[in-house]
Design a protein around this ligand. Structure first.
Ligand code: DHB
Length: 417
């Protein structure tokens, strides 16, 4: 770093202003721990990029209990169930009666807007639009993040702890050396074609549809904007699809028995890849990985954002113990503690994906067996409860009883919707 380098100091340096990085910075600030967030994208880009939309009960509760839940509670819509549709019939899974919990439909970029506003309100140091981010000295007790600020100034951010929240393509994951890292990986032979359309809702609840033509998901954003997805070739070129062809494909997968989609102008489209990945360990020295930097799930079941939030709920408890009590014990255990939920979510996301998608390589036996599985899951209270428990989310580990995150989780535990 050059002599003009600006030197800055913080307790926790966070790479990435996505759900994991911003929620961590927020929880730490409530606990009185200082952090700085560096992000390569600009604020407007983060606040407008369309991602998933389902928040588990625990995610909403943690936001509400720590002062960033007003808008999700006022403007998000609570969903008490989903529909699993196959053979042109929908089977409803009712969450409250099976689990005592619900989920909220509230888009990820709205969560990010709320977190950014709350952090800036409290005077947080968030550096948007930085370039050339590098990590240094992560195996020492003074790790650093190097970057060039949006105005061109080189900066060295010295920290006690660095947390990589920069997603699956970021610099943090590869900072865990290959020789120490195990990559658990699974690719899927399909992607999701995602659209936003100007149309009224077709259903009060999300519809997860399995058909001979493949999977489709009917979700929503607002009373006038709908979000839908359908299984496609991962190399599909979304620009080659006319609106009419998109609607034909969606209708063919979901309509029947009196149900059909309300159509409208498609104003955004794109293809989303599907993969499962877990990095082990989730830590290297004083560098910790959280959210997509540590793991990726396929989108079926909407676990990605929720897993990022539960990672940082665990990590913030450990950081409170470290900074406020001088005890690194929970930090050393972070990966072990977080990975229990990570692997449950991996299983659930893989299972929902496998059960609902069409697999070109499947035999007739496999295809019929799949219908048997759908019948078991939707046709018995035990099957529905298995799905509902996972969909609404498992409890977050309480490791540091006096901490901000633990208080917030306890405050809301058992809350019925
Ligand atoms: C949405 C995305 C998902 O992957 C899912 O399982 C449910 C909803 C969405 O974008 O609305």
């Amino acid at each position: 770093m050059t002599s003009q380098t600006t030197r800055v100091r913080t307790q926790v340096g966070i790479v990435g202003a996505g759900p994991a990085g911003l929620m961590l910075s927020h929880l730490l600030s409530v606990a009185g721990i200082d952090s700085t967030v560096v992000e390569v994208r600009d604020r407007a880009g983060i606040e407008t990029t369309i991602r998933a939309g389902i928040l588990e009960q625990g995610t909403v509760d943690l936001m509400a209990a720590t002062g960033v839940g007003d808008r999700v509670l006022a403007e998000g819509s609570r969903h008490d169930g989903i529909e699993i549709r196959y053979g042109a019939e929908s089977r409803r899974i009712d969450f409250p009666s099976l689990t005592g919990r619900s989920v909220h439909l509230y888009p990820q970029h709205e969560v990010l807007k709320d977190l950014i506003a709350a952090r800036l309100d409290r005077g947080a140091d968030i550096r948007f639009g930085v370039t050339g981010v590098t990590l240094h000295d992560v195996t020492t007790d003074r790790p650093a993040i190097g970057f060039t600020d949006a105005d061109g100034t080189p900066v060295e951010l010295r920290c006690d702890v660095v947390v990589g929240c920069d997603g699956s393509q970021g610099i943090s994951r590869p900072a865990v050396p290959d020789t120490l890292r195990t990559d658990y990986f699974r690719a899927y032979p399909f992607g999701w074609f995602g659209i936003l359309a100007e149309a009224p809702p077709s259903s009060d609840e999300l519809v997860y549809a399995h058909s001979e033509r493949g999977f489709a998901l009917i979700s929503s954003r607002t009373p006038t904007v709908q979000r839908m997805y359908f299984q496609c070739d991962p190399r599909e070129d979304a620009t080659q699809w006319s609106d009419a062809r998109i609607w034909d494909e969606l209708q063919a997968r979901v309509s029947g028995n009196g149900f059909s989609l309300k159509e409208g102008r498609v104003f955004q489209r794109g293809v989303i890849p599907m993969r499962s990945y877990v990095c082990s360990p989730m830590r290297h020295g004083r560098l910790f990985l959280a959210g997509d930097a540590a793991h990726t799930v396929p989108p079926t079941g909407a676990k990605g954002l929720n897993l990022a939030v539960s990672d940082v709920a665990v990590l913030s408890q450990a950081l409170e113990r470290f900074f406020l009590d001088g005890d690194p014990g929970l930090l050393e255990e972070y990966g072990n503690t977080a990975s229990d939920r990570v692997w449950r979510a991996q299983h659930f996301s893989w299972w929902m994906t496998s059960m609902l998608h069409r697999d070109e390589a499947a035999t007739d036996f496999d295809a019929r067996r799949r219908l048997g599985e759908l019948g078991m899951v939707t046709g018995s209270a035990a099957g529905r409860a298995f799905l509902a428990e996972a969909y609404t989310g498992w409890p977050v580990a309480l490791t540091n009883p006096g901490s901000v995150a633990a208080e917030a989780i306890r405050l809301t535990a058992g809350r019925t919707p």
